[in-house]
Design a protein around this ligand. Structure first.
Ligand code: PEP
Ligand code: MG
Length: 747
């Protein structure tokens, strides 16, 4: 890079810094920047366009265009060359701008006399803030060095905007992080919460953007990168050998040693940026690219680079995670993503969680379910917009987040929460009343659980027991396979906490969507139909045996209920039961106490099991219908696929008829039957399941109140009649008919 350009660039940055330091109103600073930039670049025009809203850009300062156009000229995203830069996030460099595709000139600015145009995006950490433009009469293409120089100015502008340097005047220059912002994401866990922001990873604030002495900055950067390499090597050496984590760390190491990354930062410094500003500039570019990359693997690598930049910034600025801010009393956790272990560490303090990434089946979702707090996922950009302590409303039902809400939104949200609280009060008043329907049928309501954190809900919800304890959650939230003693201790604590209420432990159900981080992933064409649950347990019985032993030890003489997942045929049940017999034998030989009573059942999750031999129904002590899986196989509609998952109604008569067949077989063989899929927690569905004869329902704890309340107000015999009538009329689903019935009854 020619020295002259470098020193010119440094000079310009030095002047920009002086501008920052001057006591001046925001507009005066912006004006001065356009003046300095035009002067330094040797162009007649320099203009700053900033976003007024997500779709509109406004000319906010100019050197060279008509001054009257400032704060008057606006354009839509994508409109003209400025709009093109804003939309694409890419540089536009045109020697003859009027002949460019999409050129549109704004007469009030007087720009028609300028031929060449160079526009660069003003963006910070991937967020678009505006466009910086230079124009000149002479028809010429700008050189790579000139583009680079303008990008550096744009970066400084972006940082200054973040620091509030331009606040105070001018319609487009509202202070950042002060406006209400709405995020539409997805539902990770239902519920609503209001509180204040707590950032899991507080942002590093860079205040010294410009440096006088590039040599010093280069030394600082190199030392910091050396430190970073050492840290990454240490992390690699200390990693427990888990493949995914190793892969991430290897990617870190690759970046930390990447020459391209280093060279670009060194060039930034040569142009006058401080070491931390150089890191942040590269981070911003990576973030901008992240939004455009469709390939998930590459996106992950860009995320790795982003994490690495954060680490480097922390080393350079000495800012740790401790920012000095205090966690609010009502914290809503904001993070790009978070592991289950970290989330559990926050524990019950949190009111809600909002993630930029995440998924419904993610471990974070499992933990928020256990903590009974709402989770919104895919709230894009929230980590860059939210500040610690900002007020925030989380609507987990709609997947919506209001950051810094205005008064009307606050009031509406408060009303909604008050209504929910009223309903909760109603549920609390019937919490200890057994669930007996209006026609006198006793329905047992149990809860689903999987973590120790779930257990307090047993008393809180009024559940009569744990109808499904998903033991895989303990395996999923760890980085390595738990040991038998750990599991035995945990299961014993679960039984202690249940205080004599029945807990049905389901043995490890992994595979399909539940992949253990420390097990070799199976590359299966169709994992939902693949090597999962009891199939894994029987083929590789080591873990199953260890788990059965842990359960027997945990029971320590108390009654024990064990259920095998995903049994598709009689032989799988007998093979699994044989494993239990062997475990019992072993315990007996070792002189350990055996459970006072041992119940062995299976999940019914594949249609095949509904048609198993009579022997199966006679031998199995209880069955629990896993409606989530059973429904996906019945309709051949993937439960994880948003496009098809809601396509078929659980209250479809063909499915209800099928379930009724299972009820009849269980009745004939005296097999206890329950239902533990998500539908058991939906009041209307629960009502219909009870009406067709399923008398034990197991659901998430928060659903017990609403389900119980509806069941207690309703006559199941009438609902059964409504179903029969709908059937006779040839309806597809009974939903409409049952809803109409409830409406008439005032339910
Ligand atoms: C089910 O399939 O309905 C079930 C309860 O099991 P899981 O959701 O854990 O697969
Ligand atoms: Mg299942």
């Amino acid at each position: 890079m020619p020295d002259g350009i470098e020193s010119e660039s440094r000079k310009l940055l030095g002047r920009l810094r002086d501008t920052m330091a001057e006591e001046a109103a925001g507009q005066a600073r912006l004006d001065r920047i356009t003046h300095l930039t035009a002067d330094s670049m040797g162009t007649e025009v320099c203009s700053i366009y900033l976003f007024r809203d997500a779709e509109t850009l406004e000319l906010c300062a100019t050197q060279g265009l008509n001054a009257e156009a400032v704060h008057q000229t606006r354009m839509k995203l994508g409109e003209g060359l400025v709009g093109r830069v804003a939309r694409s996030g890419k540089v536009v460099n045109a020697a003859d701008a009027p002949s460019e595709r999409g050129f549109r000139y704004m007469p009030e600015t007087g720009e028609e006399i300028y031929s060449s145009f160079l526009g660069v995006p003003i963006q910070r950490l991937g967020e678009k803030l505006g466009v910086l433009v230079v124009q000149s009469r002479e028809a010429r293409k700008f050189t790579g060095d000139e583009i680079y120089a303008l990008e550096v100015v744009a970066m400084v502008l972006a940082e200054m905007t973040e620091l509030g340097a331009f606040v105070g005047e001018g319609a487009a220059l509202k202070a950042r992080h002060t406006q209400p912002a709405l995020f539409r994401g997805g539902t990770g866990q239902e519920g609503s919460a209001m509180g204040h922001v707590w950032l899991h990873e507080p942002r590093v604030v860079v205040t010294n953007l410009v440096a006088d002495d590039p040599e010093t900055e280069l030394v600082r950067l190199r030392e910091a990168v050396d430190q970073l390499r050492v840290n990454v090597d240490e992390m690699l050496a200390g990693a427990p050998g888990d493949a995914d984590q190793m892969q991430v760390l290897e990617a870190y190491r690759m970046f930390a040693n990447s020459k391209g990354w280093m060279r670009r930062m060194e060039e930034d410094i040569a142009r006058g940026l401080s070491a931390e500003a150089a890191v942040e500039k590269e981070q911003s570019l990576a973030r901008a690219r992240m939004g455009q990359v469709a390939d998930a693997y590459l996106r992950d690598r860009l995320h790795d680079l982003d994490d690495l930049s954060n680490r480097l910034l922390r080393i350079l600025t000495g800012q740790g995670r401790e920012t000095g801010s205090e966690m609010p009393d009502d914290p809503i956790l904001i993070a790009r993503n978070i592991g289950p272990g970290e989330l559990l560490e926050y524990g019950r303090k949190l009111r809600g969680v909002v993630l930029e990434e995440g998924s419904v089946g993610s471990h974070a979702a499992i933990v928020t379910r256990a903590l009974a707090i709402p989770l919104v996922i895919h709230a894009e950009r929230i980590t860059t917009e939210a500040l610690n302590g900002d007020r925030i409303l989380v609507d987990g039902d709609q997947g919506v987040v209001h950051l810094r809400p205005d008064d009307t939104v606050m009031t509406a949200f408060r009303d909604k929460m008050a209504m929910q609280a009223k309903a909760q009060e109603r549920y609390a008043s019937i919490r200890d009343t057994p669930c007996v329907t209006a026609c006198g049928r006793r329905i047992q309501l149990h809860m689903n659980a999987g973590l120790m954190a779930d257990l307090p809900s047993l008393a809180g919800s009024g559940a009569e027991g744990v109808g499904l304890f998903r033991t895989e959650l303990q395996f999923l939230i760890r980085n390595q396979m738990p040991k038998r003693t750990e599991l035995a201790a945990l299961y014993a604590r679960v039984l202690d906490a249940a205080g004599g209420k029945r807990v049905v432990f389901r043995t490890l159900d992994i595979g399909s969507d539940k992949v253990l981080p420390y097990m070799k992933p199976q590359d299966e064409p169709n994992p939902a139909l693949g090597w999962r649950a009891i199939r894994v347990g029987l083929d590789k019985p080591g873990v199953l045996r260890m788990q059965l032993q842990a359960l027997l030890r945990a029971a320590n003489g108390r009654p024990l209920s064990v259920m095998f997942p995903f049994v598709a045929q009689y032989e799988e049940f007998t093979a699994a039961r044989t494993e239990m017999d062997k475990a019992l034998d072993r315990e007996r030989r070792l002189g350990h106490v055996l459970p006072e009573r041992l119940e062995i059942g299976t999940m019914l999750e594949t249609p095949s099991l509904a048609f198993a031999s009579q022997r199966f129904f006679e031998e199995v002590e209880f069955l629990s219908i896993g409606g989530n899986d059973l429904k996906q196989f019945f309709f051949a509609a993937d439960r994880e696929n948003e496009r098809v998952r809601r396509r078929y109604d659980t209250l479809n008569l063909s499915f209800l008829g099928f379930l009724r067949g299972i009820v009849a077989r269980c009745r004939d063989s005296g097999t206890h039957l329950s239902f533990c899929g998500e539908d058991a927690g939906r009041p209307l569905e629960a009502l219909c399941l009870a009406a067709i004869g399923i008398e034990t329902l197991s659901m998430r704890p928060a659903s017990i109140g609403p389900v119980k309340s509806l069941l207690m107000r309703t006559r199941l015999d009438e609902v059964a009649e409504v179903i029969a009538r709908a059937e006779a009329e040839g309806a597809a689903s009974v939903r409409a008919a049952v809803m109409e019935h409830l409406r008439q009854r005032g339910g």
